[in-house]
Design a protein. Sequence first.
Lengths: 151, 151
Amino acid sequence: MRTAALSHSARFAIGELSRSSGVNIETIRYYERIKLLSPPSRTAGGRRTYGWSDLRALVFIRRSRQLGFSLEEIRTLLKLGGPAKATCNEVREVATRHLEDIRSKLRDLRKLEEVLDATVSRCSGQSTPDCPVLDILDIDRPASVGANPLN
Amino acid sequence: MRTAALSHSARFAIGELSRSSGVNIETIRYYERIKLLSPPSRTAGGRRTYGWSDLRALVFIRRSRQLGFSLEEIRTLLKLGGPAKATCNEVREVATRHLEDIRSKLRDLRKLEEVLDATVSRCSGQSTPDCPVLDILDIDRPASVGANPLN
DNA sequence: GATGCATCCTGTGGCAGCTACAGGAGCAAG
DNA sequence: CTTGCTCCTGTAGCTGCCACAGGATGCATC
């Protein structure tokens, strides 16, 4: 069995960081490669060792991802949250833009749900050859379609 | 000037197919490569020539994509709509599964919107160093986080 | 027949955001 | 010293395309 607990200031390996952050090992290395995470210190043997601040950063990234921020947005947020003391304004701007994206995605999805739902419920579920689902995709199409393609 | 209209049964080039279907040329070739579209006939010089059924298929694909179906789902739908006469049941199954996916995405996005909206509006917009947006990403984290990573 | 231009061809590489190897090295326990 | 885990680098794959390079083809016009 491995040592169960290190002191408060201990450094730890990538596996532990992965487990406690909930981020895949490969993904951690990927974040380092694209410079989202700063390169950690290494043991004599070349293994990465991390500290508490690394864990904090990684958890920040994971939560931001869950909220749908892109890695580029997160890069910005990290800079804003970094040593160069962000103004709340700047952060708010990033978040607001993102919120607008989310709302537009929501609108699209809602429309989509409506169409699909209506279509699926028109579907008898019987073995009829004409299926409204296939119909909506095939027949109910934009004006240009069905026209001469050489117009 | 090029011939403006071909006869009803004419075959046409990839550029026209692209323009009238609204699908990028490169994308059409891509669909052929991954066998979503069957390989078209060719001219003596090796150029692809398409007919009306190709246009129909392509438009079907485009509309399905707009409804958020994956290419794999579309592959299934195309098979079901193909010569082997689909039962409405089978199509319904694919569409229903997809609808469930959409609903689950909707639920996630709605939650996400709520969280972000609440947070952003708590944001004073002033130059305070503590930003609730950064806070929510950083401090308000799951139980395991902040615990000893070696647990 | 030659010229010029648009369109087409294949093949390759790139984008996000990872994930999954292969093939080797480090490291601790028994 | 050996076993067995963890870690290392590098590369390739995934989805759904888009964009190029470098060449061939097709067609109207001279």
